[in-house]
Design a binder for this molecule. Sequence first.
Ligand code: SF4
Length: 301
Amino acid sequence: MHSKQEAKPRLVWIQGVTCNANIHSFLNLPTLPSLLSKLNMLYHPSLECSHTLQEITQLEIACDVLIFEGTYDPLLKRNDVLIADVVKHFAQEAKYVVALGSCASFGGIFKASAPKRNSGLIFNEKESFGPLLESQKKVINLSGCPVHPEWLGYTLNMIINKKEILLDELHRPLELYSHLAHHGCTRNEYFEWKVDAKEFGLKEGCLFYEQGCRAPMTHASCNKILWNEVSSKTRAGTPCFGCTEPDFPRNNLFSTQTNMSIPQDVPLEIPKRAYLTMTGFAKTFSIKRLEGKLIDYKTTR
Ligand code: SF4
């Protein structure tokens, strides 16, 4: 006897003000075909789905999972229908609402055009604000600019398998955001001994002291779950911009803000005095292995 097959979760993917980066990122998920086969895609702006935008904006169907990508702007319309009404309609029945990317989570880049009006679904930066405050329990924030494809893959698989997703105080899954982006960076030894990277793209040196790396203050698993399964920004020699945090974007992403040569922001929850003592001590040593090139092409030829 065949057991009755469970219905696949019905998913609707709606966009606010967005650059589409989260869709582009999601398309790089290696297990995408298998994941999609476990979902009933009612509407997606680019992937195969069963309904058109026009049908979706008639607000006559419901879904189990709503994904909202982009900044929420209460005045934005699609097909002459307010996106605010579309969001509220689908969020009502949905068991989960995924705010996808930093714009949907905290307002992000597109909040700048109307900072007091535009926001994420339940936050404007760190402040509670947005259209779904009353049903905030069902909102999962996946911040990132764009969000890592594996993070959305993880979240949808947990939903499909009816597993509980534990969240932090900003509604981000702890499994993905309890680490700092600094954890797992291949430059950690340079950080400990305070050896700076003088340029981008080098194999050697830490990008915290001069190049603006925010990883020691940023909750993200970019150096634990690698991008395209091979790399991360800091592994490639580019600073972490702290794009998963509510205050993203900031000014001067490529330089470290300092006061009298001391970084303005120090690693999360480390007292500034302890940080200064440790780094001052570390700086007194000169370690040849860390100060030289990892590969000296001149001497290997
Ligand atoms: S480059 Fe950034 S992530 Fe890597 S060790 Fe330095 S501070 Fe940490």
